[in-house]
Design a protein around this ligand. Structure first.
Ligand code: GAL
Length: 426
């Protein structure tokens, strides 16, 4: 069951949080210069990336208190954050993304980064798609760390060669690769059976089978006709067919374990955002040689974006506030943007940096970001908290994962549930 369902929604806990905030302004335990940062970057590649920020902050004389909460997709981290905020003791900074930034902003809990934004000229430095997510009520409250692309396919070229198959570019090619790969002794698609991972591949399939406009209508605008329409039913059926490419032990598996199955050559491919590239990089592998990347089959015209960002909580201690401002400034400086994103698998949040040291997948990502922005295929990722608020996202996750794991549930039924739950949670 999806954890957020058991928790009160952010809106419902507003009063408790406001009371908590009053306490936090007097009870804050942080010393001047301390900065406690909540995030969920705990896999090999993610931890390497997070360490870049820790070292830069320490080099500026600040004390980094690592508040890492394991769990891909960040659901557990968000649960922990809510309880810390409710007890009146939020961390200085937290990885909060997309529309959820607005929810925290509405509660009056976030600090103001306008001073840093003005000094560093964020208005001109950041693409508007990125900048608008960072503002609440016209003020900067968060700083963008990167831009992840979600709709990627990763593959082990030796495994593909051994089975005599090419990197699939369409869903038909992906399904057709299954038999030769199985015959050669490989799992065609590595997957971890967790709700957020199911949702990650589900949105790829909606894009591939129904197209970008439909994706937007259904999963961003929550248009009930699109959520319950024939193309959605078709997408759901195709999504469930993906199970035929997976192994029997996928239930509960973490995403980075699935990536390691591709690295080890047990599985041929994985559909996952480019944080998976952080794992290939941490294993010392070279893009285009030791592993391949391509847009998720059938989604070449789309770029589902997932912008990691650090939101700052309102603090009273002057030293802590200065540390927050330094943190925000460092995050957008070229040194951090390069080192962090090369380790993390993402591309910089600011598009003006020299990308020559980045690998070929990152270079393709940047080119595709710009191309899809021009052509209308740049889409916020529903699965990664960019498209809809947390309660709606949780409701969609529940339907998607229950349907994927229930052999008896028909696609029509899942589409009906999607319409109902999305409306109820809205
Ligand atoms: C995403 C997050 C990434 C990565 C991934 C796996 O939601 O944006 O930074 O951590 O989850 O945990």
């Amino acid at each position: 069951m999806h954890v957020s369902k058991r928790l009160p929604s952010l809106r419902k806990t507003a009063l408790a949080l406001a009371t908590g905030l009053a306490a936090s302004l007097t009870l804050s335990s942080a010393q001047a210069g301390d900065v406690e940062v909540l995030h969920w970057w705990t896999s090999g590649g993610e931890a390497r990336a997070a360490n870049v920020l820790k070292e830069l902050m320490e080099a500026e004389g600040h004390n980094w208190e690592d508040f890492a909460v394991a769990g891909g997709g960040g659901e557990t981290a968000m649960t922990v954050l809510k309880s810390r905020a409710m007890s009146g003791n939020p961390p200085s900074a937290a990885q909060i993304k997309g529309p959820e930034i607005q929810e925290w902003g509405e509660l009056g809990l976030l600090g103001n980064l306008d001073g840093v934004a003005e000094a560093q000229q964020w208005e001109t430095l950041l693409p508007e798609t990125v900048a608008e997510v960072m503002r609440h009520d016209g003020h900067y409250v968060a700083v963008p760390v990167n831009v992840h692309r979600v709709n990627w396919l990763w593959a082990n070229p030796e495994v593909l060669d051994d089975a005599g198959v090419e990197m699939p570019t369409t869903l038909d090619e992906l399904f057709a690769a299954a038999e030769p790969l199985r015959e050669a002794g490989y799992i065609p698609l590595a997957h971890g059976g967790q709700a957020w991972q199911d949702a990650t591949i589900f949105e790829d399939i909606v894009l591939a089978t129904a197209g970008t406009d439909y994706y937007r209508r259904a999963l961003v605008d929550l248009d009930p006709e699109a959520l319950g329409g024939e193309p959605m039913i078709e997408a759901l059926s195709t999504f469930k067919r993906l199970r035929t490419l997976m192994d029997d032990d996928m239930s509960g598996r973490d995403w980075n374990i699935a990536t390691s199955m591709v690295i080890e050559g047990d599985a041929a491919m994985q559909l996952m955002g480019d944080w998976a590239k952080g794992e290939f990089t941490a294993a010392g592998l070279t893009a285009g040689e030791d592993y391949l990347c391509a847009p998720a089959p059938g989604t070449q015209d789309a770029f589902t974006f997932n912008i990691d960002s650090l939101a700052m909580f309102r603090v009273s201690d002057e030293g802590e506030r200065e540390a927050q401002e330094d943190l925000a400034r460092l995050v957008l400086e070229p040194t951090f943007q390069k080192a962090f994103n090369m380790a993390k698998g993402s591309i910089p949040a600011r598009p003006d940096l020299d990308m020559s040291e980045f690998d070929s997948c990152a270079q393709q990502s940047l080119a595709d970001f710009q191309r899809t922005a021009d052509e209308g295929g740049l889409m916020p990722s529903m699965a990664h908290g960019m498209a809809v608020r947390a309660a709606v996202q949780g409701a969609i996750f529940d339907v998607v994962t229950n349907y994927f794991n229930d052999t008896d549930m028909e696609a029509e039924e899942a589409a009906r549930r999607m319409v109902n739950t999305a409306q109820a949670a809205y």
